[in-house]
Write a protein of this length. Sequence first.
Length: 272
Amino acid sequence: MTATEKFSQGLRVFVSDIAQGFFEITHNGFALLGLAVMFATLTLSARPELREAGEAQLIAWLQDRQAMINGFVSSPDAVDRATAADPKGLTKQQAAVTFWLSRKYSIAPEPLSALVAEAYESGAKAKLDPTLILAVMAVESGFNPFAQSNMGAQGLMQVMTKVHSEKYDSFGGSFAAFDPLSNLRVGVKVLQECIARAGNLEGGLKLYVGAGNLDEDGGYAAKVLAEHDRLKQVAAGRSVPVLQTQANPVTPVKSPQPAKAGGDTVVSLLNS
């Protein structure tokens, strides 16, 4: 065997040994990796709290990275917290009311869609005309869910949160007064109590605004009933002119002895 042949043979053996060694190392490495993955999977399956902690840390890390890149932390579930709905999901009657109110009060139709749908649902349960509920909401707050009077009436329906705090217990506490749907439901309950106590709609509205012991309610009931009549016409498919309403300062109804409804003091605020 010549020297060249010996060198070639030795080179082949050398390359073969390297390849064999590399195969064994990678094979063993993948085997170890597989065992590690399997062990980790079994551990996380047996200890779900570890998995949850790991997921939380991963999410936090991803959020921090996103904040560094974008300058803010995104919240994919924010849409679930928004009080909004697609007007296309409403009935024809509800949609007509929604778009009419949207034009008059310069409110986006999506949040109004959610409020109109809730007014119809709550009204059916409380045996109140949903357009009456919406009329009260319009006069009380102009559909501002964060409105507050100087007497403490809050939210869409301008309910006295401190007086009716127990009604918010099932919604998680008094801060729910600023959740549009929670405030609407509580307001409907208070309105229902006022009408039942007064025995008629006009008297109930007078109680609702806190003028039960006064001769006059400052025109509150008439204003609500007028808006109620317009909304009923809209819901019936009639053409009703829209006169846009601007936000105006509100004037409280002052009563030396506030009216009672369902055993509670009901003091609301009258929009001028």
